[in-house]
Write a protein that binds this ligand. Structure first.
Ligand code: FMN
Length: 343
């Protein structure tokens, strides 16, 4: 058994991906942890008070390890003059959008969440969108928390190892949801797992976890063959009865064909992979002109909220990885994990 699994008392080399946006509840994450894999709570877009409630619920539902995922706050870019007004007039319901958070508030939110993890002795924490500050790393390590960073290139993986991460999640271009890229690249920070895993595994001394497009035991074995010490799985868990993805979202994944997903910035201003829907088609020509994250994300929020309430998959962000075409219907955590770990 790998050391990272030992450290977290896991019996399966699988992490259920943290999936922000109300998709992961303690019901899903605790079911994963109770099966011997690592369940994850997503703290993105969740207030510290709600996160505290989720951690309490999680600790009531499992006594095994779980992790909490944190977004590292990012420097804000200022949009060009007139672009904000243009999008506000164009995106459905954008005039209802608020609040527009500022960077200082994001850091306060981040630090409050770190304190919660320490107070509740959460066993593991993962970061995405950047390098956590050194003091945060030190504080969490002092509390015994195991740390994962997210990288999309070997350079980012090396920077995360240097910052003190105990393991690095390698996010391939196949992955559903937002790209965790945070360092500039000479070419495209858009590597497939086949290229990324060996590059990072050879460069790092800490374990690497492969994420993106994996849905069955063949993907797990391929990732391990390339040098991964474990896998992080998102999209397949969305179809579980324990997930709180809406029926329309689950249906869109179940009906998706192999090439129905693509990267888009249209929902948030940051590249993310999702199933192509009407909103993405309508604004396709504007793909390069979105507002910076998180401004664009805030502007599309009322539209996405309304789409969720009315089960309208054409205006939701249907984040999904390239495995979507292979996922055919409702399932449950136990079945997903036994398929992944079948030999
Ligand atoms: C709906 C959805 C939401 C996601 N939200 C997060 C998140 O909050 N934090 C994070 O680190 N990764 C997030 N991810 C990315 C996952 O950690 C992981 O890289 C991805 O799910 C792996 O690809 P797969 O979905 O093909 O398995 C999200 C992915 C999806 C599909």
């Amino acid at each position: 058994m790998s050391e990272w699994m030992n450290a977290l008392s896991l019996t399966k080399p699988v992490i259920q991906a943290p999936m922000a946006g109300g998709l992961v509840t303690p019901s899903l994450a605790s079911a994963v942890s109770n099966e011997g894999a690592l369940g994850s709570l997503a703290s993105g877009y969740v207030s510290p008070i709600s996160l505290e409630q989720q951690i309490i619920e999680m600790q009531q539902k499992t006594n095994r390890s779980f992790q909490v995922n944190l977004f590292v706050p990012e420097e804000r870019e200022t949009p060009e003059a007139g672009v904000f007004e243009k999008w506000k007039a164009s995106i459905p319901m954008a005039d209802e959008a608020q609040p527009f958070s500022i960077l200082e508030e994001d850091w306060k939110d981040f630090e409050e969440k770190v304190e919660l993890l320490i107070r509740f002795r959460v066993k593991a924490c993962s970061f995405t969108f950047g390098l956590p500050p050194e003091e945060t790393v030190q504080k969490l390590k002092d509390s015994g928390c195991f740390l994962f960073g997210t990288a999309t290139t070997a350079e980012e993986a090396a920077a995360l190892e240097k910052r003190g991460m105990d393991a690095v999640v390698l996010q391939g271009i196949e992955a559903g949801g937002h790209r965790g890229s945070f360092l500039p690249a000479k070419g495209e920070p858009a590597l497939g797992l086949m290229a990324l895993i060996p590059q990072a595994a050879d460069a790092l001394n800490v374990p690497v976890i492969a994420a993106g497009g994996i849905f069955d035991h063949r993907g797990v074995q391929a990732a391990r063959c390339l040098g991964a010490d474990g896998v992080q799985i998102g999209t397949p868990f969305l179809l579980c009865e324990e997930s709180s993805a809406s029926p329309a979202y689950k249906q869109a994944i179940a009906e998706a064909e192999g090439a129905d997903t693509r990267l888009t910035s249209l929902f948030s201003g940051k590249q993310a992979r999702g199933i192509v829907n009407q909103f993405m088609k309508t604004y396709e020509a504007e793909e390069e002109n979105t507002l910076p994250y998180p401004l664009h994300n805030t502007l599309t929020k009322p539209m996405r909220r309304h789409a969720l309430q009315s089960e309208d998959a054409d205006y939701m962000s249907l984040w999904a990885g390239q495995s979507a075409g292979m996922l055919k219907g409702l399932t449950d955590v136990k079945t997903v994990l036994s398929e992944l770990c079948r030999s």
